[in-house]
Design a protein around this ligand. Structure first.
Ligand SMILES: [Zn+2]
Length: 94
């Protein structure tokens, strides 16, 4: 019998739902102490995840959930970068 491959699940900081890692947007606190958007999913550091939609981003930012999870203040511009990315995603799906 072949065992099914385990899909790595991560919790979205917006809606708190568990989803496959590859469906989520990864935000990473790098060892250099920067918080960046990680589109490759391979950057070293502490990661936080949100669904690729602006609602979950808003919820994750509200109450500083993202900052608390990463235990680091967000870098200037990183939120704009995430918003721009999400908008581009939404446009490509429309
Ligand atoms: Zn979500």
């Amino acid at each position: 019998m072949i065992k099914p491959r385990k899909i790595p699940l991560r919790i979205c900081l917006g809606c708190s739902e568990k989803k496959p890692k590859r469906e989520l947007v990864r935000i990473v606190r790098t060892p250099q102490g920067e918080v960046v958007l990680d589109l490759t999913g391979k950057k070293a550091g502490r990661g936080a995840y949100i669904c690729p939609n602006s609602e979950c981003l808003k919820k994750a930012l509200k109450g500083k959930r993202l900052e608390k999870n990463l235990q680091h203040p967000l870098s200037p511009g990183v939120v704009d970068e995430i918003i721009a990315y999400l908008e581009a995603q939404e446009r490509s799906e429309a």
